[in-house]
Design a protein around this ligand. Structure first.
Ligand code: ZN
Length: 239
């Protein structure tokens, strides 16, 4: 089976469409590590596009917040404004659907999807220290996660933990892998292109990919929507 793995689309429809176009014909099923909405100007469109793909998703902290499950005191002011704005753009039915999204970890075909960390959906895995902390709660040899908006792959084995340097790599059964496909709609790794991953389970190959999209168009949509402009400006920097 060939999987397209997405995370942190964050209501950026232009980036989402660019990724679907870039990956066209290269996957059989779509998976998502959460945060469909929040920050971006197209929550309803992104939610409906996602639903039309019939994929598997775990909820993210923004999905949870828009559905009314999170304490907004934990969000900074810009994030809180975008959560409140997003909730006003969605229908009651769409909000109910968000509220019913499963909390990770969710297993698919012998690997795992989580939003933040396997032991806590709201925790961040950024570096090898975090990977070591998460290791005892990993239940499969391969786990996909999001939340940090940083595209990365970590390999753990008895020799230690390393950042896999190449964008395409084999999932060696003697190691455990934690892979972040990166953020589709709001990358924070200084690469403004939309990030995603492909995983071909029969041959055990993961590919970390990027796709260009029209950021200026999203910038205009953010301004028209009355969202904080900083949410568009950061897209140009990928930060
Ligand atoms: Zn996110």
């Amino acid at each position: 089976m060939r999987y397209l793995i997405l995370s942190d689309i964050h209501a950026n429809s232009a980036a989402f469409q660019a990724v679907l176009a870039d990956a066209r014909g290269q996957y059989d099923k779509v998976l998502n590590c959460g945060d469909l909405v929040g920050y971006g100007p197209d929550p309803s469109e992104v939610l409906e596009t996602w639903r039309s793909l019939d994929g598997v998703i775990v909820r993210g902290n923004h999905d949870k917040a828009v559905a009314g499950f999170a304490d907004l005191e934990w969000f900074n002011e810009v994030a809180r404004k975008s959560v409140e704005w997003t909730a006003r753009q969605l229908s009651e039915e769409q909000i109910r659907w968000l509220a019913e999204l499963p909390q990770g970890p969710v297993q698919v075909d012998g690997f795992t999807l989580v939003h933040g960390a396997p032991f806590d959906e709201d925790e961040y895995i950024i570096d090898s220290f975090d990977v070591r902390h998460a290791a005892p709660s990993l239940t499969t040899g391969l786990t996909f996660f999001g939340h940090t908006h940083l595209q990365a792959a970590f390999e753990l084995n008895p020799h230690g933990i390393r950042n896999v340097p190449q964008p395409e790599f084999p999932v060696d059964e003697r190691s455990t892998f934690l892979v972040n496909p990166g953020s589709v709609g709001q990358p924070r790794d200084r690469d403004a292109r939309a990030a995603y991953a492909l995983y071909e389970s029969e041959i055990g190959i993961v590919s970390l990919r990027r796709a260009e999209y029209d950021i200026q168009q999203v910038h205009r949509r953010v301004v028209e929507a009355g969202l904080p402009e900083v949410l568009a400006l950061r897209l140009y920097r990928g930060s």
